[in-house]
Design a protein around this ligand. Sequence first.
Ligand code: ATP
Ligand code: MG
Ligand code: MG
Length: 372
Amino acid sequence: MNQVLVLGAGQLARMMALAGAPLNIDVIAYDVVSTNVVHPLTQQCQSLSLIEAIAAVDVITAEFEHIPTDILSLCAASGKFKPHPEAIKAGGDRRIEKTLLDLAKVANAPHHIINTRTDLDAAITTLGLPMVLKTALGGYDGKGQWRLKTRDQIESVWAEMAHCIAVTNNQAIVAEKFIGFDREVSLIGVRNANGDVKTYALSENVHTDGVLSLSTAIVGDTILQQQAQQMFTAVAEQLNYIGVLALEFFEVNGALLVNEIAPRVHNSGHWTQQGAQTCQFENHLRAVCDLPLGGTALIRPSAMINILGQDSVPRAVLALESCHVHWYGKEKRAGRKMGHINVCATTPEQLQYQLMLLGQILSQQYFPTLPR
Ligand code: ATP
Ligand code: MG
Ligand code: MG
């Protein structure tokens, strides 16, 4: 029996617990908000303090990158934390992330770090407009971002940024050149302590209001897949990474630029639960527990639809033979990630047809990216 402690007690820890059970891997989670050690399926408090949990488990890992540094240091000091804490820091701080991408020599959007108004002027001179501005720390689901399109917006955007820099204790902003991408894709892969790397099929991702809505596994684009794989390996090796890592890309005229990394299992990899030989959650646990990695091959065309702000779907969804519904057991809140639906088929065309059937069952309001 392997005992794993996950920092963060959300749906990713929950799905790790579900994937670990058949392998006798027991997962407990640390909720950094409530500071309780909980069971990831029931959210029930365990009679353990964080210190006791760290001592009790074999391995510690994380389901998100915004972990308070004192907790990360405490876990790292035990020698049980995987991946290396530097990888978590690179995912959580866009300044460190940009340095990492440049060290790994992977293409990414040109950037400029902003602490003062003078820095903003310099960013506009070097990057030009339009540009995207992102808080260095704490951003997710498109939160903590501004779009600066024209010069007449400079003062109002700067006022908001200056306020943000002040209230967040001098947090920097990272300015990025706006990339007019053709589409967004991501690559999920896994690397173990021996340096073996396995990657899943690329996902094509559609966002709505900054939140991932639909991910579809890309079938048969060997050139793009190889390009992404090479970039993935460069980043994973630079971090001496152990576990599942996700790279988000912009695709522009067939070339990839890394947007950002996520040092963890990733929402755009949820389709691997039904569409790959081994799902991302199991492979993350295998890597951090030093077990052989499972196969990552695509076993059938697959897609995933996020369920946002809804705690039920019509019974007709379950009646579709191609659909699997995964709920996270969370309290309903507007826009919250409550669950997802995985859809599979035997050909890409049939997959599109299944998605269209789903589009007839699910409302346009909550599922705007389904084909109709
Ligand atoms: P996540 O929830 O994936 O962690 P995030 O809040 O960290 O998201 P990003 O992925 O950096 O934010 O940006 C959110 C979205 O904004 C991207 O998926 C993309 O659609 C758009 N975007 C980000 N940076 C740029 C850019 N430089 N040029 C054009 N669009 C961008
Ligand atoms: Mg992010
Ligand atoms: Mg992102």
